[in-house]
Write a protein that binds this ligand. Sequence first.
Ligand code: FAD
Length: 459
Amino acid sequence: MGDILGSLREIVGERWVSDRPEELWYYSRDPGVLEPHRPDYVVAPDSVEQVQKIVQLAVREKVPVVPMGNAMALTGLVIPLKGGIVVDMKRMNRILEVNERARYAVVEGGTSQGALKAYLQDHYPHLRHSLPDAPAATTIAANVALHGQGRLTQQYGFNSEMVCGLEVVLPTGEVCRIGSPSLGPYWFSRSHTLPDLSGLFLGWLGTTGIITKVGIRLYPNKKLRDLEIFVTDIPELVPEAIYRLTHLELLEDITAWFQPKPLMFKDNYHVTIYFTGDTEEELEFKRKMVWGCLQEFIDSKDGGFMGVDPLKPQLLEMPQRSVAEFADVPRGGGFEYSGPITLVEHFPKYAEKVVELARKYDLLYSGMARVISGGHAMMFAISFAFNRADRDMMERVKKAMDEATEFALQMGSIPWKPNFMEQRMILEKMDPVTRELIHRIRRLMDPHGIMNPGNWEVQ
Ligand SMILES: Cc1cc2nc3c(=O)[nH]c(=O)nc-3n(C[C@H](O)[C@H](O)[C@H](O)COP(=O)(O)OP(=O)(O)OC[C@H]3O[C@@H](n4cnc5c(N)ncnc54)[C@H](O)[C@@H]3O)c2cc1C
């Protein structure tokens, strides 16, 4: 092995590379429950050329490379399972272009959600992107690399479906552009009439290349937002309510949730319905439509709308901080969630399963489902909070998560942002021809097996 540290210093400068134990400690872990594993080096590039040189070095020296955004995926996707070089992308955080009329932005591969949100607020307040509820420092490229979902997913699909062009450093060290930017200066399309090569990178969890630029669609940012919460104690009513609400084709976001604490929420299922408008009239019209479409359940006394005024400031926050508060993160708590993508009609079965697992493993739970693309599917988050100082509790969360994934696979769902063990479970269950195709694509794109190894690996 050559002098990798020295070569990395030459590429990025002394300040931006480290093999010091205290820094490697930090880059060995994420906030979830998986065991840490140490990288050998961590490096923070500032340009696509530097990323290219790092990957070329890794190819020469045959060491793994793990692209990292903010390490908040919670399922160990940036834990360097086989050591090597963690490439921290956060310095590449420039917003390169906003095309106001075509409604897209082009950002570098380490740009955070918060940075784009703030930039749009300052310069294009009538535009927005689909912000996840993840911490503001999490990155846009990582979010599309794991098929993230956000505030506009109910209307427009997964955040990865909003990608309108990519620039990627391939595992060979070459740079390629995907979609309209491969033909000219515009980033309006990932494919349209071209073969859609974005599928070689979206959902691959950094195993097929390092995204250095992302084109991401923007959408109208209406002046006003509001919400209503429909409550019922009948879980079977939730899919029916969602079916009626999505029929309206009017709503920004729909989430269904249930949790045992505080006690006022216990044993009830809540559907939070977000809507937007440019005028009070538009907002009131939408509110009326929402109430109207669920009126039958109010008349039958199976459900009703709850008073939301005290909750509004928290629920209208973007991103919402209540998830982190559930885990008491400020005092050293943590939480882990498995989020199978499944049919909305499966909501009652998942709801039952969460409570069953929480009882079995003596854990505090929270269940939440976000509707995707007008009701074609939902992401059902099975979340458990834990105390980081309690190893036994973390073990119980791990077991509960494994069972949740087994259940999701039995139900025919797709586990979202699976950890490396869950990926194995998925690959085992998968149609063998599809599995072999994944294997061949990985081998073809990454002949030296250096990109985020241990993930999406067919044994
Ligand atoms: C409180 C909380 C709420 C959350 N809510 C949401 C939510 O509403 N919606 C949602 O989607 N997620 C949510 N998450 C999960 C997660 O934080 C997000 O998906 C987030 O986008 C991950 O970004 P990151 O920069 O931390 O990714 P990381 O954990 O750093 O990386 C995730 C994956 O992307 C790969 N990757 C990173 N950068 C690149 C790159 N430039 N090129 C190629 N691959 C790369 C990594 O190798 C890894 O496989 C939440 C998490 C928390 C803690």
